[in-house]
Design a protein around this ligand. Structure first.
Ligand SMILES: CC(C)(COP(=O)(O)OP(=O)(O)OC[C@H]1O[C@@H](n2cnc3c(N)ncnc32)[C@H](O)[C@@H]1OP(=O)(O)O)[C@@H](O)C(=O)NCCC(=O)NCCS
Length: 234
């Protein structure tokens, strides 16, 4: 069913670093996704700490072909279509979703992930999550962790698919309504068998969403480490 949706649309998206110019649109998706959205100032602060943080957006690819409907109808018939097409894209959800994480020593901690409510169920949330896992392995972290609302089964299903497990429950963690958080952790990202399993899920996702998004692969951190620390090197 989801595959059919993707086959009907020529829209393409690219995974990109979030920039300050994205914050307005990110805030719009936040408001449609969370009961206690982050203020825009929080994103501005996060984007200043790029050594420890990774914030990604899934944005429309300006170089991709878009169908007439997606380009914004009547505007696209006017001269200077290229420029106008870009304006139309801004109206037609230029950013499909976003995700972020902090790196704390050997732990990558997911701070946020959301997809525009109009574009859910197409594999975009999963693509963003895989991109975070890929970044975590690129940075050489061992674990990926996160908190999720106890009632948020949709997000939990996504994390369980990637074999994250619940290790603890934080009572009343969400201050706006007192809901509990589940604390979930990945298996070791230095375990080559786990990374291979995650890449197999990534490949399955890529086949499902086709050309809509190019999903990054995870790095085999264990393998890189074996090269830099050969057996017997002390
Ligand atoms: C969680 C969220 C990011 C998922 O994004 P999405 O693009 O809709 O999800 P995808 O289409 O990529 O689905 C990936 C997986 O999520 C789970 N999932 C998605 N929609 C689901 C649904 N309606 N019911 C149950 N599981 C669902 C499934 O495991 C799915 O894998 P599958 O297709 O193999 O079954 C999105 O629902 C969202 O933005 N929610 C609001 C914000 C939020 O709760 N963020 C999480 C904070 S911890």
């Amino acid at each position: 069913m989801r595959l059919t949706i993707m086959q009907q649309t020529a829209r393409r998206y690219t995974l990109d670093r979030m920039g300050h110019h994205d914050i307005d649109e990110v805030a719009r998706i936040e408001r449609g996704s969370f009961s206690s959205p982050w203020p825009m100032a929080a994103y501005r602060r996060e984007l200043r700490r790029t050594e420890q943080n990774t914030y990604l957006v899934l944005r429309t690819d300006p170089n991709a072909h878009h169908s007439e409907d997606e380009r914004g109808g009547v505007l696209s018939h006017l001269p200077f279509g290229g420029i106008l097409r870009r304006d139309a894209d801004v109206d037609a959800h230029r950013i499909a979703g976003f995700a972020g994480m902090w790196q704390l020593y050997d732990e990558a901690h997911v701070t946020t992930i959301a997809v525009d409510p109009r574009l859910r169920g197409r594999g975009f949330g999963e693509a963003l999550f895989v991109a975070l896992l890929a970044e975590a392995t690129k940075r050489g972290t061992t674990w990926l962790s996160l908190e999720v609302r106890a009632s948020n089964r949709v997000a939990q299903r996504l994390y369980e698919k990637y074999e994250l497990s619940t290790y603890s429950r934080r009572k009343g963690y969400y201050t706006n309504d007192g809901e509990d958080a589940l604390v979930m952790w990945s298996r070791s990202l230095r375990d080559p068998a786990y990374v291979a399993r995650l890449n197999a899920l990534r490949d399955q996702l890529q086949r499902k969403i086709g050309e809509a998004v190019e999903v990054p692969r995870l790095h085999d951190v264990g393998w890189q480490q074996r090269l830099t620390h050969p057996i017997g090197a002390g």
